[in-house]
Design a protein around this ligand. Sequence first.
Ligand SMILES: NC(=O)c1ccc[n+]([C@@H]2O[C@H](COP(=O)([O-])OP(=O)(O)OC[C@H]3O[C@@H](n4cnc5c(N)ncnc54)[C@H](O)[C@@H]3O)[C@@H](O)[C@H]2O)c1
Length: 250
Amino acid sequence: MELSLKGKNAIVTGGALGIGKETSVLLAKQGATVIVSDIKEEEGNLVVEEIQNFGGNALFVKCDVTKEEEIIQLTNTFQKQNKRLDIMVNNAGIANKPTFMHKVTTEVWNKLILMDLTSVFWCQKYATKHMLDDRKGGSIVNVASIAGLGASPSLGPYCVAKAGVIELSTTGALEVAKYGVRINAVCPGWTETAILDVAGDRGKTTMEKNIPMGRLGKPTEVANLIAFLASDASSFITGSVYRIDGGTRS
Ligand SMILES: NC(=O)c1ccc[n+]([C@@H]2O[C@H](COP(=O)([O-])OP(=O)(O)OC[C@H]3O[C@@H](n4cnc5c(N)ncnc54)[C@H](O)[C@@H]3O)[C@@H](O)[C@H]2O)c1
């Protein structure tokens, strides 16, 4: 199946590493012009270089997604170049250090909710506004987690934030469905990226044991799903939530 994103303009938050990096590269390979956005400038620029090396179009825009003003600037970037925003991948996220809910401090709680939920609310809000103003539709893909679909002891703030992202996606999608703006959520299971470092090696081994396919996911596998949802190949899909987890059901 050809995803053909030729002529489309995309933004990927948290695009410097992990799932965001692989998504940026894949969208660019399919022909999109990609804004790789992150707080990590050096790593983000390396992704841009990788894309340019195969003849793709990309630029790095620094944006800390915990700051609303920076998200407004980021989502304005294509408009300032007289281009539209077609695809917004809200991927940036962090995990909390494993802690039981009754021991989570207000500081940790606020940090996680701001980083993993409020930031996605802002990204979705401003991307949707651009897409509605341009009257040509668009696709927003929010990266949630299977942690947002069930209970994951020790990951309370993360679970709550990701459950919020799922609701943000499904509710937001229905509000704008008739204008051609599609919003979907992907829920990866444990995937081999730096975010798992909070779990340590023992934690990772336990995760692998709990995955029916017996291995962690690969960032490229999640990127494939995101690219499909970003593309017109999924044109009748909106308000949907997709697990990508090797069969994990805990
Ligand atoms: N890896 C997994 O097992 C897994 C599972 C489920 C969901 N997810 C979700 O996938 C998404 C990507 O995570 P990943 O696994 O690729 O992790 P990662 O740590 O490799 O990448 C996260 C990226 O987000 C960026 N980032 C962090 N804080 C930021 C900020 N304030 N502003 C902008 N960018 C910021 C980081 O610099 C990094 O490039 C996250 O939303 C995560 O919750 C990951």
